[in-house]
Design a protein around this ligand. Structure first.
Ligand SMILES: Nc1ncnc2c1ncn2[C@@H]1O[C@H](COP(=O)(O)OP(=O)(O)OP(=O)(O)O)[C@@H](O)[C@H]1O
Length: 430
């Protein structure tokens, strides 16, 4: 199977002959005279393997290995060492080299080491992919009507080939929803590649996104999403300079169904707003906004908060090796009364503090909800009385204040109704 390999050597003759050997074996070698250039290119469009000389001026083979590890690049590296360079070879293996070959090496032997390394890397990727598919499916927690609606929409959208924009405040589960879309879509064999547009570097974002060699089409992170899902988080912050290129790549998807991928983009504000401010291109919007799905903030689905909190409590308890405490009625009410500007992120932290015994759920939060009062202090009796008063007020309105008819409709004696009216501050002044 043809593989793209980076070959690094400061000796041009040796570099040429190595590349010829690899090309003759059916691979696609990319030559580099220095380690630095190879690493920068790998960060944009990773090859299947790097074959590098150990001793080079500037960054040497060990330095290259260390940078690969530091940048979290999952790249097998084979080192070519000088004869008798045992110390360096040992250091290289410790630094994470896949293998090393002593010069002068036998061409056959080099090719067999390359093939073996490529095979191991493919197997590792396959195992990771299968493991991912075996992981328990994370689903949206909550059964409020709004969340049910989101769930239904996600199921409909997953089945069809359409790009989706998810709009919601931070922590409203946009990434979770995007992963659900990916998992349930016909393209789930491809990868789910998440790109946080807000944390792309100022310099070099182009290569990270599209690859270092634009002539070859989309490489980089966009290339990795081929056949899968490209999740563009915080797309409203994508630099204007990168937007036309993204548009071109998305348009090119149509020409090559094999390379096609679904775009799921997310934003914390409507993209139409970013467009009106001139921060987002209209043509790109109309390319990706196949369907715009809003995700509700926690304060709008307060009935779901206790279940989500319990989920985070269980996760935090497992992580810290503690018992999972259960919030009591008052605590659950306090949680529901909070404004939760950080939504699930904030709720997760509250759960962690609760598990560690650092704070009660909702402690110091009730007043944070605008106009929310202090429901955390209410008892069940208060809540029932509150509900009863509202129901009586509704029926009284319906009967134009006629207590006889209202008592009949409510199924209680008129005297009882009058008593309740006299005792309720809400009803007394009516
Ligand atoms: N309804 C939900 N059910 C289960 N887990 C949820 C739910 N909502 C959010 N989460 C969890 O809360 C965490 C934060 O959610 P997520 O990262 O999806 O939010 P986001 O909207 O993408 O946030 P940001 O805007 O900050 O990127 C994740 O671990 C996610 O799995």
């Amino acid at each position: 199977m043809t593989a793209r390999l980076f070959v690094v050597d400061d000796d041009p003759d040796h570099l040429d002959s190595l590349c010829d050997l690899l090309a003759a074996a059916g691979h696609e070698p990319v030559p580099f005279a220095g380690a630095r250039a190879a690493i920068d290119a790998a960060a944009g469009d990773a090859p299947s393997l790097v074959l590098t000389d150990l001793r080079m001026p500037g960054l040497d083979g060990i330095g290259l290995l260390m940078e690969v590890a530091e940048r979290g690049l999952d790249l097998p590296v084979i080192l070519l060492t000088g004869h008798g360079d045992v110390d360096h070879a040992v250091r290289a293996m410790r630094a994470g080299a896949e293998d090393f070959l002593e010069k002068p090496y036998d061409a056959e032997h080099l090719l067999s080491v390359v093939e073996r390394t490529l095979k191991t890397a493919r197997l590792k990727a396959e195992v990771a992919r299968l493991q991912h598919r075996l992981e328990p499916e994370e689903d949206l927690i909550g059964d409020s009507r709004a969340l049910d609606e989101v769930r239904r929409r996600l199921a409909d959208l997953a089945a069809v080939d359409i790009d989706v924009v998810l709009v919601g405040e931070t922590g409203t589960g946009k990434e979770l929803a995007a992963r659900i879309l990916h998992r349930r879509s016909p393209r789930r064999d491809g990868r789910f590649v998440a790109v946080n547009c807000a944390s792309l570097p100022d310099v070099g974002a182009d290569a990270v996104l599209f690859g270092a060699t634009p002539a070859e089409g989309a490489g980089g992170l966009v290339g990795e999403a081929r056949g899968g899902t490209l999740y563009l988080d915080h797309i409203d912050t994508l630099a204007l300079a990168l937007q036309p290129k993204l548009l071109r790549v998305l348009e090119a998807r149509r020409d090559d169904p094999e390379a096609a991928f679904r775009v799921v983009a997310s934003a914390s504000r409507p993209l139409t707003q970013a467009m009106a401010e001139g921060a987002f291109r209209e043509d790109l919007y109309y390319r990706i906004a196949g369907y715009v799905l809003p995700l509700p903030p926690l304060r709008d689905i307060a009935s779901d908060i206790p279940a989500l909190f319990a989920h985070f409590v269980r996760a935090a308890a497992a992580r810290h090796g503690r018992e999972a405490p259960a919030a009591d009625f008052r605590e659950r009410r306090a949680l529901q009364a909070h404004h939760w500007p950080g939504n699930a992120h904030e709720l997760r932290l509250a759960a962690e503090r609760y598990v560690l015994g650092l704070a009660r759920p909702g402690a110091g939060t009730a007043a944070a909800r605008p106009g929310g009062g202090v429901p955390g202090e209410q008892t069940l009796r208060d809540l029932v009385a509150d509900f009863e008063s509202r129901e009586i007020a509704r029926v009284l309105d319906q009967c134009n204040g006629n207590t006889d008819r209202a008592a009949r409709l409510l199924g209680i004696p008129r005297r009882t109704l009058n008593d309740k009216i006299a005792r309720s501050p809400l009803l007394r002044g009516r």
